[in-house]
Design a protein around this ligand. Sequence first.
Ligand SMILES: [Cu+2]
Length: 220
Amino acid sequence: MLLFIKTAFLLWTTLNSISGDTVTQTFRFTRNILSLDGTPKSVIVVNNIFPGPVIHVNAGDTLRVRVLNQLNEDESLSIHWHGISQRGSPWFDGTSFVTNCPIIYGSSITYEFLVESTGTFWYHGHVGATRAEGGYGFLIVRNNSSTSLTDDRFIIISDWYHANANDISSGLLSPKFSFPGNGDAVLLNGVGSCSTTISAYSGRDFAFHLINTVFSARFL
Ligand SMILES: [Cu+2]
């Protein structure tokens, strides 16, 4: 049975690779102490930046991302590709304990899947409350023909918690149920103040990509 599934997947990816390119990335997930809203906190960064790198692909491409878990020693990781249909590759959906096991500390998984639809998508951690501590970024999918028609502008709106992710998820899972509330700050592109500037000018078309990474706040 396993052989059949693997063969079917190989056939699927082979057929799709005829029409698109393969875009390859390596993402190293680590932690840094950052003061995003003025309070120091351990933040999940991707290749040392937060928010993580923007991925650009065309519809019909295959995206191949090697994800390395270099977080804390007791911390597992799984990356969900938000909005991607994963037809033919459900085991790369990244929803831990549903479609796949998470990546244990010190190891890696290479996600590989066909990107079918154009649009603004994103990736994020999908173990416990990982997403409340960063580790996310844009996944932009275009038509081949629209590649250079516009300049991109990116806006990520996030709620931000001074509590750590373990405490948040144990509160949510405990019989007493502790809701983390609206968080301690709102971040725009990873900055917790009103000083974030999005620039544009006349004579050019801009594509504004907006994602809401909110973990539990109700005001977004
Ligand atoms: Cu998601």
